[in-house]
Design a protein around this ligand. Structure first.
Ligand SMILES: Nc1nc2c(ncn2[C@@H]2O[C@H](COP(=O)(O)OP(=O)(O)O)[C@@H](O)[C@H]2O)c(=O)[nH]1
Ligand SMILES: [Mg+2]
Length: 193
């Protein structure tokens, strides 16, 4: 389902899901929101936006989170900067059976810092833990500064735990403000000649 949230609506917090195509971003959102799983692989075109209301321990009142699930195949730069704009938290996903998706976490992290330019809560998910036979050896703690959780969108292992781990890391200040639309400013400097 694709629809837009208007900035005039009540405060909401944007959480993005990023990572290589095929790692399970769409499946994780499906598991978390609809409690189901499908093995039919549909490439996400553009972005799927799923609003979700929950109460966090910090706020004790309902908060509206909006999950943004982007296609890994979307290469347009302008689209991407809009995708990242106003993000309060990020979930980065790799596939436990595919070492390249783990190495690529590095470039996803870089894309985040390049586009967001402020510290936001982030979490790293190693997905497809149900495929124990296919799991590959990965360099441990390649990303030491980010909490890593092993999940399965297929059987649901750790999925709720992972999303809530991130929701709880959202700060009071972020909750207070909600999404802040990006303000574009032009800097003009004058030089004395
Ligand atoms: N076995 C298994 N397959 C998964 C899991 N998560 C996703 N998949 C499968 O991996 C493929 C890609 O998943 P998808 O959610 O579309 O990935 P996305 O491109 O990152 O959105 C699909 O065939 C899914 O059914 C999982 O936890 N376990
Ligand atoms: Mg997808």
């Amino acid at each position: 389902m694709i629809f837009m949230t208007k900035s005039t609506e009540s405060k909401s917090l944007k959480v993005i899901l990023i990572g290589d195509g095929g790692t399970g971003k769409t499946s994780l959102v499906n598991r978390f929101i609809h409690k189901k799983f499908s093995s039919i692989y549909k490439t996400t075109i553009g972005v799927d936006i799923s609003p979700f209301n929950t109460v966090t321990k910090k706020t004790k009142k309902p908060i509206r989170f909006v999950l943004w699930d982007m296609s890994g195949q979307t290469h347009f730069k302008r689209f991407r900067s809009r995708f990242y704009s106003g993000t309060s938290g990020a979930i980065i996903i790799y596939d436990l059976t595919n070492a390249q998706t783990y190495r690529n976490v590095q470039s996803w992290l870089k894309e985040c810092t390049d586009n967001i330019r402020k510290q936001i809560p982030m979490i790293l998910l190693g997905n497809k833990s149900d495929l124990t036979e296919l799991r590959v050896e990965l360099p441990r703690s390649a990303y030491p500064n980010i909490t890593t959780i092993v999940t399965s969108a297929k059987n649901g292992d750790n999925v709720e735990k992972a999303f809530f781990q991130l929701f709880e890391e959202i700060t009071e200040e972020q909750l207070e403000k909600g999404d802040q639309p990006e303000v574009k400013t032009t800097h003009i400097s004058y030089e004395n000649s």
